[in-house]
Design a protein around this ligand. Structure first.
Ligand code: CP
Ligand code: NVA
Length: 303
């Protein structure tokens, strides 16, 4: 009998009801943050990074430890995978030592290959294509601030990138209206069926959430940002949003390019709640990943 392995690599690969169940569990775990259930006792998470990280690294580490588990954090440069060893061999070896692998890998196909050979769950800690863990924290934050994401207008400004793609994936699960504002020469990058405009004001009008990310993602250092300035989220754009519109950003901010200092530090900005929610959302992701992997959890997870 083949064992079910719950990889968390891209939202469209998981049943939408399951994703919503993980989200519900994330809220429950946040409510229990001062007495976290010790469901990961005896379990280990390996974390592998081929790019810089503050939030993903620390929040996964703390999440696993607060739930009673262990972690080992490695950068690709310290492992044999950076040299002669194949992804297949690495996946098979790590599967004999730990219970799940969280990976930040530039190349999405390499992560899929790792998951193909791993006998344990693989979690996407961001690739050049997507950042699903970030979006779980973002939706969690939106639900906290406005009860539901469903039916809301979420406006994205600037570049089409990994975080933006995960928003597009999430819009199909939570049924929100997602609109992108980006420079004209990037129109061809917008996936089919996604609503977009080259006029930032059109996107901002009536938005419940104004969200952006750096114009220079990791690995794109030296990129010319001149064309992005009309898409900076500033007070003028925020004023076009709905009353009580919020500002979101996955962080780190490139100060003060994609967002003005005034907006980032305004009461409408929920960026640090969003960062905190990485911790809670990832506890729920870890719990789901390990639920069907033959691991005995200390207590029922509620879905
Ligand atoms: N938002 C996010 O993923 O941050 P890090 O790159 O610091 O992990
Ligand atoms: N788009 C950014 C997100 C960082 C969390 C990047 O890929 O660097």
């Amino acid at each position: 009998m083949t064992k079910t392995i719950n990889h968390f690599i891209d939202l469209p690969e998981i049943d939408p009801e399951v994703v919503k169940g993980i989200m519900k569990h994330a809220h429950a775990l946040k409510a229990e943050k001062f007495s976290p259930p010790q469901v990961m006792e005896g379990l280990s998470l390996a974390m592998v990074f081929d790019k810089l990280s503050t939030r993903t690294r620390v929040s996964f580490d703390v999440a696993m430890k607060q739930l009673g588990g262990h972690t080992i954090v490695m950068s690709k440069g310290e492992m044999q995978i950076g040299g002669a060893e194949s992804i297949e061999s690495t996946a098979k070896v790590l599967s004999r030592y730990v219970d799940a692998i969280m990976v930040r890998m530039s190349d999405h196909e390499n992560m899929q290959e790792l998951a193909k050979y791993a006998e344990i769950p693989v979690i996407n800690g961001m690739t050049n294509q997507s950042h699903p863990c970030q979006i779980m924290a973002d939706i969690m934050t939106i639900e906290e601030k406005m009860e539901t994401a469903q039916g809301k207008r979420i406006a994205w400004f600037g570049d089409y990138n990994n975080v933006c793609q995960s928003y597009i994936d999430a819009s199909k699960i939570w049924d929100f209206d997602f609109v992108m504002a980006l420079p004209e020469d990037l129109n061809d990058n917008v996936p089919k069926g996604v609503n977009f405009t080259n006029d930032a004001k059109v996107a901002a009008k009536g938005a419940d959430v104004l969200v952006t990310d750096t114009w220079v993602s990791l690995g794109q250092e030296g990129k010319n940002i001149d064309k992005f300035w009309p898409y900076q989220v500033n007070a003028e754009l925020m004023a076009l949003g709905n009353d009580n519109a919020i500002f979101m950003h996955c962080l780190p901010i490139h100060e003060w390019e994609e967002v003005s200092e005034e907006v980032a530090k305004s009461p409408a900005s929920v960026i640090f709640d969003e960062a905190e929610n990485r911790l809670h959302a990832q506890k729920a992701i870890l719990a789901w990943c390990l639920k069907d992997a033959g691991v005995k959890l200390a207590k029922p997870l509620g879905f």
